[in-house]
Structure formats: C-alpha cells, structure tokens
Design a protein around this ligand. Structure first.
Ligand SMILES: [Zn+2]
Length: 113
C-alpha cells in the first residue's frame, strides 16, 4: 500500500514540475496531481506553455509600439525621435504620422514588459 501512495505522490510532483516549467502554478497542479494525477498528467502535457504565450504577447506588443527606421531599416520604438542604430532623426511630420497610428491609450499608460 505504501508503494502505491509513493507512486501517487511522485506522479503528482511530476505534474507540478511540468506545470511550473510551463509557467503555471506548481502548488495548484500539485494538488490537482494528488487528487487525480492520471488526468492531471495528460492535462498538463496538453496545456500550452504560458511562457511561450506571454513571450508572443510581448512580441506582439513590441511590434505594435514600433516603427521601422527609413534609413537603416532597424525596428525602433514608435515614440523614438532619433534612431538608436543610425541616429536618423525623424521629422516632426514623421513623428505625427506615427502618433496617429498609435492606439488610444489612457494617460500615463506604460506598456507591460
Ligand atoms: Zn536607423
């Protein structure tokens, strides 16, 4: 009987480790695993990696707040007045165009990084 309990706990821990590797709550998944690890193991194996999802969202946010330098073609921040790669200076007109493209954001809004 002890052996079965041990295996049960080991698999629950494995579930928790996989979950935490995927950027999920190890504690919650440990409890889930202790209750029903055969289900939790499949569930966590199929679960998307939250770290990947967050990285993709961050990348998308960066793209949304960036522009391409007309001189060196590097991607720089949309609000930049000077290219950080080639020191290309954007004219007031170019800056206004980029601002128009920006979505309406509340004052003091800081993109989450
Ligand atoms: Zn440049």
């Amino acid at each position: 009987m002890m052996g079965v309990a041990l295996i049960w706990i080991v698999f629950a821990v494995i579930v928790a480790l996989i979950a935490s590797n995927k950027g999920r709550s190890a504690g919650a998944w440990l409890i889930y695993g202790l209750l029903l690890w055969p289900v939790a193991l499949i569930h966590v194996a199929l679960a998307s990696n939250l770290k990947d999802v967050q990285a993709q969202q961050r990348q998308a946010a960066e793209v949304a707040h960036s522009k391409t330098c007309p001189r060196c073609a590097e991607t720089i921040k949309a609000a930049a007045r000077v290219c950080r790669f080639c020191q290309y200076e954007f004219s007031e007109e170019e800056l206004r165009e980029t601002e128009d493209d920006m979505p309406m954001l509340p004052p003091g809004y800081q993109p989450k990084v």
